[in-house]
Design a binder for this molecule. Structure first.
Ligand code: AMP
Ligand code: MG
Length: 395
């Protein structure tokens, strides 16, 4: 049986980052840039005034200055400014080439078309051409995640269709004769399907497109027909039926669909009967049905895979340092590699980790508040509160 690390390496070995696409800026929020972007021009593109005031020659500041004209942002001054002259100027307006300083309006006294400078030792108040960035400078490196400031930087550089990683397309097939929709009232033996909502929300958080979601009975032929109807996808997630029970048909289903199985169990708790398979560039997981297993497996393997498909990043889940909160109900020791859902909070500037009191892994409401996983590797151990621990943040 694979360890969690071996399982992640196996996933990586069969995954290839998706081919980049060009997207308009309005659709690129949250996407990952796939090429370096260089500045196409200097920034600022011309010497610009940093103040509302008057542009002049520093050598003329000792005497009165005649206002020879006005220059506004977006409207360059075409005349000449001689000695003893100045020009009214506003923030962002191009500084006329004859001038070498801007005097802010608070530092002059004005009388008609004349000014006198009260404060001659002030800075130039000119934003010099190229002082932020030169044409050709690196603006954004590949793999930058495009948030609002990055999109604005692309807009200011005139890059309106950046080359980005597409959202991975994920199809989700939920299996189980006992499952009904959340809006239905369970009859005897039935439970509401919560994994569909969980997975849809997790995929949205992780920049992926849920291209299809469908539920099927525990019936190989029915499930095969359902999968055959799915639109094009990069990742197939099958919820439930991953074990080896008589009605667990996820493995035969994947095999019947032409997938090669790479692992069929991982030494973890919860989530042990996890199946991973591939067919050409298409990847598939069969995830044990209980909701806590879903949440754990998603953060250990599926979220890092979705990131790899977009960025090529090979690191598994990120780890942070914290300490166990006092009085935490600790998970019972186990021989498997445990990944326990926790609530991480910042207390006095440091992370504190409170393991959630999960009775079993079948109840999704027990996950409420979870935002981290605490890895507890074998051999079985008990942990003391206050102990420094590494944890996996689960945004
Ligand atoms: P399975 O892996 O199919 O044997 O399912 C394991 C447990 O998870 C069973 O108790 C199921 O009823 C429960 N389960 C399976 N699928 C879902 C789902 N979509 N939503 C909520 N619970 C589920
Ligand atoms: Mg089932």
């Amino acid at each position: 049986m694979f360890s969690a690390d071996q399982a992640w390496r196996s996933v990586l070995a069969h995954a290839r980052p998706l081919a980049p696409v060009r997207l308009p800026l309005a659709q690129a929020l949250g996407r990952v840039l796939r090429t370096d972007v260089h500045a196409g021009s200097d920034s600022p593109p011309f010497d610009a005034s940093a103040m509302d005031g008057y542009a002049a020659r520093r050598s003329s500041l000792g005497g009165p200055l005649r206002i020879a004209g006005e220059v506004q942002a977006g409207n360059p001054f075409s005349g000449k400014i001689g000695p003893g002259e100045c020009v009214r100027i506003f923030t962002g307006a191009p500084v006329p080439p004859d001038c070498d300083c801007v005097i802010k309006q608070e530092d002059v006294s004005r009388d008609g078309d004349r000014i006198r400078v009260r404060q001659t030792g002030a800075p130039d108040f000119i934003r010099r051409q190229g002082e932020n960035r030169r044409k050709g400078d690196l603006l954004l490196p590949a793999e930058t995640s495009l948030g609002p400031p990055e999109l604005a930087a692309l807009a200011s550089a005139g890059i309106i269709e950046p080359k980005v990683a597409p959202a991975p397309r994920v199809a989700h097939v939920v299996t189980g004769n006992e499952l009904i929709s959340p809006q239905q009232i369970p009859a005897s033996g039935q439970i509401r399907d919560s994994n569909s909502t969980l997975i849809a929300a997790l995929l949205q958080r992780h920049g992926s497109d849920l291209v299809a979601h469908t539920r099927t009975r525990d019936d190989l032929e029915a499930a095969r027909a359902v999968v055959g109807e799915l639109p094009v996808h990069d990742v197939l997630l099958i919820s439930g039926g991953a074990g080896v029970g008589d009605y667990d048909f996820a493995r035969p289903l994947l095999e019947a669909l032409g997938y090669t199985l790479h692992f069929q169990a991982v030494n973890l708790r919860p989530g042990k009967p996890l199946v991973f398979a591939s067919r050409n560039d298409r990847l598939a997981f069969a995830i044990p049905g209980n909701p806590v297993s879903h949440w754990v497996v998603f953060h250990l393997f599926i979220a890092p895979l979705l990131s790899h498909l977009q960025t090529g990043a090979v690191a598994g889940p990120a780890r942070l340092l914290g300490k166990l909160a006092a009085g935490s109900p600790l998970p019972p020791a186990d021989t498997r590699h445990t990944f326990w859902p926790c609530r991480a909070t910042i207390v006095a500037g440091a992370y504190e980790l409170a393991p959630l009191p999960l009775a079993g892994s079948g109840d999704s409401s027990r996950l409420v508040g979870a935002n981290a996983l605490l890895p507890i590797p074998p051999p079985p151990q008990s942990l003391d509160s206050g102990l420094p621990v590494e944890f996996i943040p689960c945004p």
